[in-house]
Design a protein around this ligand. Structure first.
Ligand code: NAG
Ligand code: NAG
Ligand code: NAG
Ligand code: NAG
Ligand code: NAG
Length: 676
């Protein structure tokens, strides 16, 4: 009578009472062990031939050896199966008082169905049957399970509708995962308006065939941290309160048919386009690139046309220079010091501001240079452009229309960037602003050999040079010095935040001198939506400091964090990955290795090669320093000046000799290098 006695009082509180009253449990007073044998086993087994796991659920096997099951005593104490006596006790299976607490058979080739009796186990807390071949419907009676808090049926072939009784589990339920089944129909709402499932942290209904509108009641589930509705057939607008759910850390609404304007709250949230991919073309607004209405009156067609036109060819700037040849510009080249940024020329087509070292550039030369695309970034296209008359090469960054702040706020920002001069920064030499709003940043050209490509391949770097520890240290130190320089406030100038420190923004020359690109662009030039796109790319690649999840502004300490990741990348030779996706981010890998006392193994073998003592060669210090930079709390991170100082102090021994001189590559016979 136990089941009856336990289930009834609760049943009276639940509208699903009715299912229980119909069930045969009221007459069969079976223990959980009998239910497992009589109902659960045959149902899960289905028509399949013998299943090795389920076969252990039999009277000639001691209960403790039944695969995938856990039990407790009526007093709620777990059945201890670690003692040899218990593992050999055949009479336990005859104990009708034992309660089933957990079913855990992932990837166990179960080919049957879920029996209605799954709802009749009074103490069942966990059901984990992911990655099997279970089919049929989710039984309504599952909603009667009084203790169920974690249910994972992902990766099966369950079909039919999700029964509304599932929300009867609300006051216990912490995780509900039904990803990758064939469930259909609308996502049912809970019976009561006050069913807010406060304990539910994870709801994964992704990759099913759910249809209908966004289940608006979910926005009342205050405890939700991860919500995956991706890969269904949901449609209509996304409700405003979703953007205001404070605890939500992961959201996937991709690959449905949602439409309309995204709630404005998402523009300032940490969610990126990743959360909304593959919906109706009518889904618009930040963080999606798709604007809802174009305020300037430009149709999206003409914007696209212009961008495509400009990116299309080797005759890159032809379209910019149309009409230019007829030139109504004044040729008044200014050769005096351009430290403050001198407007050299202003014509009908726009104006060129030159900075120190760019005095020789003329508007005509810049606009008539022929270029080839080197890289396409989210906010700009990068060209290598050849000046006529053997004038050498320059790098042009053509900012995408709408990505840059207006001319008035751009000017001072560009001048500040143009004043930055450091041997480890790619210098900005000029800035062009066309009459139609085109904006070009003109930098010195350096071959596009990025640290990212050097470390992780790609970029067609044949005969990649060996990246020994002294070389990596040299790169790290140069990058640290450049950042320390930017962060310092000089001559009344405010500090400059790089804003996008990452290995693909570090160019490395044949002597392993690093030069950073893209400094200050994100923070000072881009409009918030364009900056957010850069930020979300940085986040996706693991360079984003944790505080940037909530606070959108980059600061010197977020640069320090990103530098810490870059230093770990150099030391470990691994691509950083974000922790948010549950992946292994580099700091966590190091922490885990330290705990397991395998710290030495985190180093890239190429780094460790030839290093006799990691401590003497500064490797250990660099690892500690990098971990300090990646401190989750910004205030705990060192300043870049401190980072540069510490790196200088812990130079590898070898670097004190030839390795730091430009002649280095020649003094190391047998090391292939590429002169790009
Ligand atoms: C009972 O379980 C054991 C394994 O524990 C297995 O070898 C045996 O074949 C099972 N008996 C039946 C009747 O399934
Ligand atoms: C085996 O289990 C039964 C039922 O719980 C119990 O009464 C008995 O003492 C156990 N025997 C041993 C040797 O542990
Ligand atoms: C739901 O909660 C609100 C406020 O907490 C309360 O006023 C209302 O009576 C509740 N409704 C039901 C049906 O319990
Ligand atoms: C979101 O869900 C879709 C469909 O299930 C999947 O393809 C995509 O990878 C998911 N995105 C993320 C970021 O998990
Ligand atoms: C998506 O929704 C739109 C209406 O917003 C509808 O016209 C279209 O047919 C839907 N597409 C699919 C694939 O269901």
């Amino acid at each position: 009578m136990r089941t009856t006695a336990r289930a009834l009082p609760r049943c009276l509180l639940l509208f699903a009472c009715f299912f229980l009253l119909r069930s045969p449990l009221l007459v069969v007073a079976a223990g959980d062990v009998d239910l497992v044998i009589d109902k659960l086993k045959p149902a899960l087994q289905g028509a399949a031939a013998a299943n090795a796991q389920l076969a252990t659920w039999n009277a000639s096997t001691p209960l403790c050896l039944w695969r995938g099951l856990r039990w407790s005593t009526p007093a709620g104490r777990p059945l201890r199966c670690d003692a040899a006596a218990a593992r050999a006790n055949l009479s336990l299976a005859g104990d009708a008082a034992l309660l089933l607490t957990s079913i855990r058979l992932p990837a166990a080739a179960l080919a049957g169905r879920l029996p209605p009796e799954l709802g009749a186990f009074a103490a069942l807390e966990t059901v984990y049957l992911a990655a099997n071949s279970l089919s049929g419907a989710i039984p309504l009676e599952l909603g009667n399970a009084p203790a169920l808090s974690e249910l994972d049926l992902s990766g099966n072939a369950l079909s039919g509708a999700l029964p509304p009784s599932i929300w009867n589990l609300c006051d216990r339920l912490a995780e509900l995962r039904l990803h990758g089944n064939a469930l259909t129909g609308a996502i049912p709402a809970p019976a009561g308006p006050n069913d807010t499932c406060d304990r539910l942290r994870i709801l994964d209904l992704g990759a099913n065939r759910f249809s209908g509108d966004f289940p608006a009641f979910l926005t009342g589930f205050r405890g939700l941290q991860r919500l995956d509705l991706g890969g269904n057939r949901l449609e209509g607008p996304i409700p405003e309160p979703l953007a205001a759910m404070r605890g939500l850390q992961m959201l996937n609404l991709s690959y449905n048919n949602f439409s309309g304007q995204l709630p404005p709250g998402f523009a300032a949230s940490s969610f990126t386009t990743e959360s909304f991919l593959g919906n109706s073309p009518a889904l618009c607004g930040p963080p999606l690139q798709q604007p809802c209405v174009s305020p300037s009156g430009l149709s999206s067609g003409s914007v696209a046309g212009m961008v495509i036109g400009l990116m299309a060819g080797a005759v890159v700037l032809a379209s910019v220079s149309i009409g230019w040849a007829q030139g109504r510009w004044r040729r008044n080249r200014v050769r005096r010091a351009a430290a403050e940024g001198v407007e050299t020329e202003e014509g009908g087509e726009g104006k060129l501001v030159v900075f120190q070292g760019g005095e020789h550039l003329t508007l005509e030369e810049v606009l008539n240079a022929t270029g080839q695309v080197v890289e396409k970034a989210s906010y700009c296209t990068v060209y290598k452009a050849k000046l006529a008359d053997a004038g050498g090469s320059i790098e042009l960054r053509l900012l995408r229309e709408g990505s840059c702040k207006d001319a008035a706020s751009c000017g001072p920002a560009v001048r500040r960037i143009g004043r930055a001069r450091h041997e480890n920064l790619v210098p900005l030499r000029a800035f062009y602003q066309g009459r139609r709003g085109e904006k070009l940043l003109v930098y010195d050209y350096f071959p596009h050999r990025t640290l990212h490509d050097l470390l992780h391949g790609g970029g067609g770097l044949e005969g990649r040079p060996a990246l020994t520890w002294p070389r990596r240290h040299k790169i790290a130190l140069g990058a640290a010095r450049a950042l320390a320089y930017l962060h310092e406030s000089r001559h009344g100038d405010a500090p400059v935040v790089h804003g996008n420190v990452r290995s693909s923004n570090v160019l490395v020359d044949e002597y392993f001198v690093p030069r950073m690109t893209e400094y200050a662009v994100v923070g000072r030039l881009l409009v918030p939506s364009a900056a957010e796109a850069v930020l979300s790319a940085a986040r996706a690649d693991g360079y984003c400091a944790p505080e940037l999840q909530t606070m959108k502004r980059c600061a010197p300490r977020t640069d320090v964090y990103a530098f810490g990741i870059l230093l770990l990348e150099l030391l470990m030779g691994r691509k950083p990955a974000p922790a948010a996706n549950g992946g292994d981010d580099l700091p966590s890998l190091v922490k885990a290795a330290v705990l397991e006392e395998t710290a030495v193994e985190v180093f890239d073998p190429e780094v460790a090669k030839g290093v006799r003592s990691p401590a003497e060669e500064g490797l250990v210090q660099a690892l500690k320093l990098a971990m300090g930079c990646c401190a989750p709390v910004a205030a705990a991170r060192p300043s870049m000046a401190e980072v540069a100082r510490q790196l200088e102090e812990s130079r590898p021994k070898a670097s004190r000799s030839a390795l730091y001189s430009p002649a280095e590559t020649r003094s190391e016979a047998g090391t292939p290098t590429t002169a790009a």
